[in-house]
Design a protein around this ligand. Sequence first.
Ligand SMILES: CC(C)(COP(=O)(O)OP(=O)(O)OC[C@H]1O[C@@H](n2cnc3c(N)ncnc32)[C@H](O)[C@@H]1OP(=O)(O)O)[C@@H](O)C(=O)NCCC(=O)NCCS
Length: 438
Amino acid sequence: MTSSNTLTVIDNRTATKYDLPIENGTIRAMDLRKIKSGPDDFGLMTYDPAFMNTASCRSSITFIDGERGILRYRGYPIEVLAEHCTFLEVAYLLLFGDLPTPDELKTWVNDITHHTMLHETTKRFMEGFRYDAHPMAMLVSTVAALSTIYPEAKDIHDPANRLLQIKRLIGKMPSISAMSYRHSLGFPYVYPDNDLSYPENFMNMLWKMVEPKYAANPVIARALDILFILHADHEQNCSTSTMRSVGSAHTDPYLTTAAAAAALAGPLHGGANEAVLGMLDEIGSKENVPAYVKKVKEGHGKLMGFGHRVYKNYDPRAKIIKWTAERVFAVTGRNPKLEIALELERIALEDEYFVSRKLYPNVDFYSGIMYQAMGFRPEMFTALFAIPRAAGWLAQWQEMITDPEQKIARPRQVYTGQELRQFIPMDKRARALHAKIA
Ligand SMILES: CC(C)(COP(=O)(O)OP(=O)(O)OC[C@H]1O[C@@H](n2cnc3c(N)ncnc32)[C@H](O)[C@@H]1OP(=O)(O)O)[C@@H](O)C(=O)NCCC(=O)NCCS
C-alpha cells in the first residue's frame, strides 16, 4: 500500500508511476532524477528561477510565517527580543541557539568589545578610497581585505578558529562602517572605546568630535540596538543565500561575508529605505498624499516601503520600528517626513487596492525616516543594515559548514544554446555571425 506521506507522480511519457516521499512539506529534488524517459535520459529536474519554491537547506535559526506576520529567532518572537534584549544577546542567540546566561553574556560582550579595533594597515587601506566613495563599497572591500590580515581564517573546519573570526567580524563591522562614514565626510577616524556598549561605541566612532569622552544619548543608543535586533537575520534572503553559497566553497569568512554584503548593497535588497525617503521628498506634503496614491493605483510607480515577498499580513518589524521611531523623534524632533508617511500609511491601509493585494508597510517604511532623524545620510543606510546582519550571516554560515548534508552549491541549468557546431576558420567567418554574439 502506498504511504500517505508520499507524492505519486505518473510520467505520461512512459506511463510509469513513482512514489516520492514527502518530508517537512518538501520532496527531494534528487528523487526526481529517477524519473527518466529512457535509459539515456539524465532524469527530471525542477526549473526554479530565483528559487521561488526551493528549500536549499534545513535551518533551525529563523522562522518566518509571512501569512501571519510572524518572525522568530531560535523560537523567540522578534517583539519579545526587541523589547527585552540587547543586540549582542541576540547575536549570541543566533549563533549558539540559546540566550546567554549572565556570565556567558559578560564574556561574550567582553570578547566582542576586544575585537573592535582595526589593524592600522586596514585604516590606511581605507584612507586610500576616493573622498566620495560609497560607504557600502568601502565596507565590502574592507571586509574582504581583512582576509589578508587573518590568513588563519581559512581553517574553517576548526570550531575554535571559526569562533574567533566570528567575534572579530561582529566586533569590526561597526568600526569599518563608522570609518567609511567619516571618510566620506573627511573627518578623522575615531578609535573604539571599550567602556561603551556595542551601539554606544558605534555612535562614538561615528559622531565623536573633540570631546575627550563621547556620551551617547541613551534613547538613540537603545533605538539603534533595537534596529540591529530587527535586522539581525531573515532566513534565506539574497545576501544570506550568497553567504551560504560562497561559504560552501570553503572560502574564508571574511571573503564570504564581503560577498554577502555585496548582495545586500543591491537596491532590491538593502536599499529600499533610501527609496522611501526619495518618495516622501517627491510627495512633498501631507496634502499631496491622496494624489500620489491615486497615481500609484493607476500604475505609475509603487509605494516604496510597502509590500513584501514573504509578509502578506504585516511585517512585524515595521510595527516595532514605528514605536521606536516615536521615541527617537522625542529626542531628535519630529522628522517632517513622518507626517507624510503617517498619512500615506493611513490612506493606503483603508484603500481597497492595497488591502486586496495585502500590501502593508514593511521594515523599510519607517527606518529611513528614523535614520535620517538620527543624522545619517541615505548612503549610510545599507551599511547600518549590514552591521547586525553579519551576525545572521555568520550563524547561517556556521550552520551550513557543520551540516553533513551540505556540499558546494552548484545549481543546474536548462541549456538553451546551440547544439554542436562546426568550427569556422577565421577567414571564412561572415560579419553577421559576430553581430549575433553581441
Ligand atoms: C517588496 C516587493 C518587491 C514584493 O513583490 P512581490 O511579492 O513580487 O509582489 P508583486 O510585485 O507580485 O505585487 C503584487 C501586486 O501588488 C502590487 N504592488 C506590490 N507592491 C506594491 C507597492 N509597493 N505599491 C503599489 N503596488 C504594489 C503589484 O503591482 C501587483 O499588482 P497586480 O496584482 O495588480 O499586478 C514589492 O511589494 C515592492 O516592490 N515593494 C516596494 C519596494 C520595497 O518597499 N521593498 C522593500 C522590501 S523589504
